[in-house]
Design a protein around this ligand. Sequence first.
Ligand SMILES: [Zn+2]
Length: 116
Amino acid sequence: MHEAGIAAEILEIARAQAVAHGKARVAEVTVRVGDMSGVVAEALEFAFEALRDGPASGAALVMKRIAVLAKCETCGTESRPGADLVLWCESCGRPLKVLEGEELTVESVVLEGAEE
Ligand SMILES: [Zn+2]
């Protein structure tokens, strides 16, 4: 299950933040999940909850879905292809470059607790 590896990486980033800032706990982690990232939200949430430990044992996971935004490099037309994911320009028929929607990144980590 590839979400387990992703959840482990997210938790690793969160724990590193707690250590870097000398905080005891991770309260919340916000991730940006692109619609084209291939991540199943429910599976990621399940893996995240199963793998939480240490300073991140009580952390909440907040997922922001990022809709696909694509741009034609030939004529500059931007479009949001939606679920059908047609990545061809409606104006000139050239392939589109995906600007947003493929990412899976940690946007923010909320820490709490006294400094250790
Ligand atoms: Zn075009």
